[in-house]
Design a protein around this ligand. Structure first.
Ligand SMILES: [Ca+2]
Length: 423
């Protein structure tokens, strides 16, 4: 089961369950996630990575939760602006400095007002996407998955004629007076349009005899199925852009609520090495073949050039270093890869000067520590090695007032924080 989950859990559109696979606290709003937590214990998610020593210190010799760990190559973190967060997978900073966080595992939207008051704006299955229009209007995603089953469908769920999964996926608006309304039904759009039906996933070129020897948890060759998981949202031209982590597409929600497809991300090629074959029990004949994984978009932001930038991770196998950042041409929707080599890339933020910051949730799956990487003129470098997970990034303010904010921790317990990353 662990192998299967690692192979395809994100492809199944259950990115949040994938995150839960690290032993995260399951949300009340996502009942049933407990099973997944038990199935993929951190010690099963192995790999060739750095390890902490047995005293729980990192390689810089700092205590895992100690203040010293905040300092890193001139980059340092502020004291938490917000703390006690559970699953802060997305947040937004408004012009007045208030911060609204999607606490996905807690199932609520939490806001720190300009005046320093912390309040709950919404309780329910928030999907991770939050955007703020002006000073007051909050737009957010709601994602409710079906109850996980003991033996998930091994074929390709969502094929025409099959019973559809019981998904809820919407973009919601919260007005300043507290009134809530549904702006768009992304799951309905997926059912009617299925944008990634143009993609072919799996082993495209394996001969029949070899394909017959594949473990049964690996899906056959298939085209994009029906799934929706609106994981991130940002404002654009009076409307919104949504990164749908299960539809594998960037969608536009217009001000009037209509939806259109901006871009479908391309399948992710994974060369089957002997190592990979051994880890997942693939037959020797598959070594050298290419497995085309689903491209899972995890965030979308508008760059200073007006084009859209997307962080993504592969939906099976989730190998370290196989995540990418793509640029989507604003007018043509053409997708080009900006950089790759990221692990669990779950968010990005773009400075006015064009520097892209990428949140890698966990690069060390055992220590559950992630980092922030930086893309400058196409070159990737490590910007900040965190002593916990990095689940979301935002940039707000202009000029010398521009600030990089990060959500860290809160994956296993309500200890997540929002901090400013001083550069
Ligand atoms: Ca689809």
């Amino acid at each position: 089961m662990a192998r299967r989950n690692r192979w395809r859990v994100a492809a199944a559109g259950t990115l949040i369950l994938s995150l839960s696979g690290f032993g995260l606290a399951p949300a009340a709003a996502h009942n049933g996630a407990d099973d997944k937590v038990k199935e993929v214990a951190p010690d099963e998610v192995d790999g060739d990575r750095d390890h902490e020593d047995e005293h729980g210190k990192d390689k810089h010799g700092k205590d895992k939760h100690g203040k010293d760990a905040k300092h890193h190559k001139g980059v340092h973190l502020s004291d938490p602006l917000l703390d006690g967060l559970l699953g802060p997978l997305g947040f937004a900073v408004s012009k007045d400095g208030s911060i609204t966080v999607a606490e996905v595992f807690a199932g609520r939207l939490t806001q720190l007002t300009r005046g320093g008051e912390v309040r709950t704006l919404f309780e329910g299955p928030v999907g991770g996407g939050v955007a703020v229009h002006g000073r007051k209007e909050v737009v957010f995603t709601v994602t409710r998955f079906p109850e996980p089953v003991e033996e998930p469908e091994l074929e390709t769920p969502g094929e025409p004629g099959e019973e559809l999964p019981d998904i809820e996926a919407t973009l919601e608006r919260l007005r300043p007076n507290g009134q809530q309304e549904t702006l768009a039904d992304l799951w309905l759009y997926e059912q009617q349009n299925n944008p990634d039906q143009i993609n072919t996933y799996g082993f495209r070129d394996l001969d029949e005899a070899c394909a017959a020897q594949l473990p049964e948890f690996i899906p056959p060759v298939y085209t994009g199925i029906l799934e929706s998981n609106p994981y991130a949202v940002t404002t654009d031209r009076g409307g919104w852009l949504v990164a749908d982590a299960a539809a594998n597409a960037i969608l536009r929600v217009h001000r009037n609520g209509t939806i259109s497809t901006v871009a479908v991300l391309p399948p992710v090629p994974n060369l089957v090495t002997e190592e990979l074959a051994a880890e997942f029990g693939l037959p020797a004949c598959a070594v050298g073949a290419t497995y085309w994984g689903e491209p899972v978009p995890t965030d979308v932001e508008v760059g200073p050039d007006g084009h859209y930038y997307v962080s993504s991770l592969p939906g099976g196998p989730e190998l370290p270093g196989s995540g990418s950042v793509f640029r989507v041409h604003r007018k043509t929707g053409e997708v080009t890869q900006v950089a790759t080599g990221f692990t669990m890339a779950v968010d990005l933020a773009i400075s006015r000067d064009g520097t892209i910051y990428v949140a890698e949730l966990a690069t060390d799956f055992e220590a559950m520590t992630g980092r922030i990487s930086k893309i400058r003129n196409g070159t990737v470098s490590v910007f900040y090695e965190a002593d916990t997970t990095v689940s979301a990034l935002e940039i707000a303010g202009h000029g010398k007032h521009e600030r990089l904010y990060a959500a860290m921790g809160g994956m296993e317990a309500p200890d997540g924080v929002i901090v400013v990353v001083h550069r």
